[in-house]
Design a protein around this ligand. Structure first.
Ligand code: C5P
Length: 420
């Protein structure tokens, strides 16, 4: 059966590109049903969208004829994926706040399907703190958000905020559709929000007011002014853990290596570049009740950072690169006079995962090791399958979104602190 996309077109000059997107989707045999916000009607017509989708175009919430034919709940659940393109600053704000004051936003609140938002707006609107806060919230809620393109704006300004080219949006849609219904992050209404609804009094939570220290991302170790040693860590798992801890009322310090992720709401972030800077920032943040060391810290750094860019000397021999081992932050905390009550490390392995994780737990003096197989595309990907190695043994968790791993780990930590 053909896959189905529900395309929500919000207002903005980029709305015309939604027509090209529909054409590309139809060319790939993907069925498209379109919903327009009132503002979108200023930029494209229902007629042109209807011709291209070969379907009725939906608009007003209280259109009795539409309600008789297809209810808005059904409309939101008939599709395999909901795509908001272009997503204006206004609709992103409404999505982040859970406002449902027209058909488009009602569908977004009622759906149980994955949602992809493709923002497009003026550069200043994009960089505004309110928009960035809303985007962080949406990502935290499991909405997939594409980065806008950089370039000239319709309003004669230049910068980030342009709608990505429709072929790029098509590629992202096909990627999400290929992941299937289980793999894409489920809509927040079905996961984390329910938890919050069930446990509104956060002061009862065992992590409320506790200090949780998290490291995340890679480190960059300079070789010369333009080159560095790095790794593929995206920082997503660490950021999701910091966000989950903040959500249950913990005081969170997130020491982040060089990543482009937004700071989760309620988290104090310290940006660092090298392993030594990360070690110093962690030391500075002590004492902590819980430390979760998720960062993929570079094991080695260049012994001497060259002051000038290294040059080829014509001999065909590469410049020598001497390496020195970096401080092990996790192991240092394991021995520290202010050792956190619960010290958790991560272990990215490509073979004999559990054996290595058990050995690492003992060697580094950690209480728990969260081990994962990084031979696939875990680094940078959306989901993670982990083994939790503790003094009591090993638990294997099924593959799930990194946000779900984070929430489950935070609940386990809260239980551990309560002695359960
Ligand atoms: O030894 P390995 O790098 O596999 O250990 C991974 C764990 O140790 C992770 O929790 C990582 O954050 C931490 N680590 C660290 N400092 C290092 C190397 C690793 O804190 N220099």
């Amino acid at each position: 059966m053909a896959q189905r996309v529900l395309l929500i077109v919000s207002g903005g000059i980029a709305a015309y590109k939604a027509l090209e997107l529909v054409r590309l989707l139809r060319g790939r045999d993907i069925a498209v049903r379109a919903v327009m916000t009132e503002a979108a009607g200023q930029f494209v017509t229902p007629l042109s969208l209807g011709v291209l989708t070969e379907d009725h175009v939906y608009g007003a919430l209280f259109d009795l004829k539409d309600e008789r034919e297809i209810g808005h709940i059904q409309l939101s659940r008939d599709a395999d994926l909901i795509v908001v393109a272009p997503a204006s600053a206004d609709i992103l704000a409404k999505m982040a706040a859970g406002i449902a004051d027209d058909l488009a936003t009602t569908l977004l609140l009622a759906t149980d399907k994955p949602v992809l938002a493709v923002p497009a707006m003026n550069v200043r609107m994009w960089h505004h703190k309110a928009t960035q806060r809303n985007l962080a919230q949406l990502r935290e809620d499991g909405i997939h958000v594409m980065e806008p393109a950089v370039g000239a704006m319709a309003c004669n300004e230049w910068g980030k905020g342009r709608l990505p080219e429709p072929v790029g949006i098509l590629a992202e849609i096909e990627r999400l559709l290929a992941e299937g219904p289980g793999a894409a992050e489920p809509h927040p209404l079905l996961t984390d929000t329910t938890r919050t609804i069930n446990a509104p009094d956060l002061s009862e939570h065992n992590l409320f007011g506790r200090h949780v220290l998290v490291t995340a991302g890679p480190t960059h170790e300079p070789i010369d002014p333009v080159r560095y040693i790095a790794n593929r860590s995206s920082g997503r798992q660490g950021f999701a853990i910091a966000a989950a801890a903040a959500r249950v009322g913990a005081r969170v310090t997130l020491v982040a290596g060089p990543v482009t992720l937004p700071t989760p709401p309620g988290v104090t972030r310290v940006d660092v570049e090298t392993a030594r800077e990360m070690a110093a920032a962690v030391e500075q943040a002590l004492p902590a009740d819980v430390a979760i060391m998720v960062a993929a810290v570079a094991d080695w750094r260049a012994t001497d950072e060259a002051a000038q860019k290294l040059k080829k000397d014509g001999s065909g021999k590469p410049a020598p690169l001497a390496l020195t081992e970096n401080p092990d932050i996790l192991a240092t905390l394991g021995q520290h006079p202010q050792r956190p009550t619960l010290l958790i490390g991560f272990a990215a392995e490509t073979e004999t995962i559990i054996d290595h994780a058990q050995a690492k737990r003992a060697r580094k003096g950690a209480d728990w090791i969260v081990a994962n197989d990084v031979s696939g595309n875990v680094m940078g990907g959306d989901s993670n399958a982990i083994h939790l190695v503790t003094a009591d043994g090993t638990e294997t968790w099924p593959d799930m979104p990194k946000t779900a791993v984070a929430m489950r780990l935070i609940e386990r930590i809260a239980d551990a602190l309560a002695g359960r």
